[in-house]
Design a protein around this ligand. Structure first.
Ligand SMILES: [Zn+2]
Length: 264
């Protein structure tokens, strides 16, 4: 058995470096109080301390990108529907709904490429896309909810200003971009929806092409099918078709497929 005096000495004598490492460990072990998610890395402080070249540094924890996404999503109003629009609450009564569900679950299991759902109004497109984005957020990915009409109006309003580049940059960098009601336009004079303007298409191309080049996850819902988008703009349509090849869901237009009318 080791005499008590030696044992005490071996634990008491620490090098200065060991002491500082210990201090860092103590700091990292302190719990924080950031809400929204439970991060085992930073214990909800948002920072991780480390020694770099003898200096103590505090680095932002990767969970902060996800926390910011949650905040943005909360502000965007998606948070409320995120609790309601889950995979669990998605009703499956017909084979086409089962097909959509399978495609969405498959996308979430191994998120790669893009997810596209287009066609019939009121067929639960927002429901399924919201469920996907909710799952991705919970798995630690950052996401931006981009309802097309609003995003397009905001970006066009700051086209030649520095804010435009900053916002584009944000849309490009996020792990997952959710373009909701992609290429939706307002009603024309005759009450029918007017086609997207060249300005809309230019903007859509810039966003789609950025996501395409960055090989970033993109979830798209639209009243248009991929064939209709291709007809409108070949460069936009072909990029969507390519990236979403494994997860494209075009819903046939059929009044019985409109959830909102209650038809089945
Ligand atoms: Zn963290």
């Amino acid at each position: 058995m080791i005499p008590a005096s030696i044992r005490t000495k071996s634990t008491a004598v620490r090098s200065f470096d060991d002491y500082r490492k210990h201090q860092i460990d103590v700091l990292n072990a302190l719990p924080g109080d950031l809400p929204g998610m439970d991060c085992s890395e930073c214990k909800n402080k948002g920072v991780i301390y480390a020694l770099e070249d003898g200096y103590e540094v505090a680095k932002e924890c990767s969970c902060m990108a996800v926390r910011r996404s949650w905040q943005r999503i909360e502000k965007s109003g998606l948070k409320d529907i995120m609790d309601r629009y889950t995979f669990k609450s998605y009703e499956i009564r017909e084979p086409w709904q089962e097909q959509i569900m399978r495609s969405a679950c498959d996308y979430c299991r191994s998120p790669e490429g893009w997810f596209f759902i287009g066609g019939q109004v009121g067929a639960g497109k927002t429901h399924i896309c919201t469920a996907i984005v909710g799952k991705l957020l919970k798995s630690g990915k950052s996401a931006i909810y981009a309802p097309w009409k609003r995003i397009a109006a905001e970006l066009k309003a700051c086209l030649n200003e520095p804010e435009y580049t900053a916002r584009m940059d944000e849309l490009m960098k996020t792990d997952c971009l959710y373009l909701d009601d992609f290429l939706r336009t307002g009603a024309g004079d005759n009450g029918k929806k007017s086609p997207p303007t060249q300005g809309d298409l230019n903007l859509a191309y810039e966003i789609i092409n950025n996501r395409y080049n960055g090989r970033k996850l993109t979830v798209i819902s639209s009243e248009l099918t991929t064939a209709e988008i291709l007809q409108l703009d070949d460069a936009i349509g072909s990029r969507i078709a390519e990236r979403a090849r494994a997860h494209t869901n075009n819903i046939k237009r059929d009044i019985s497929r409109n959830y909102r009318l209650g038809g089945f």
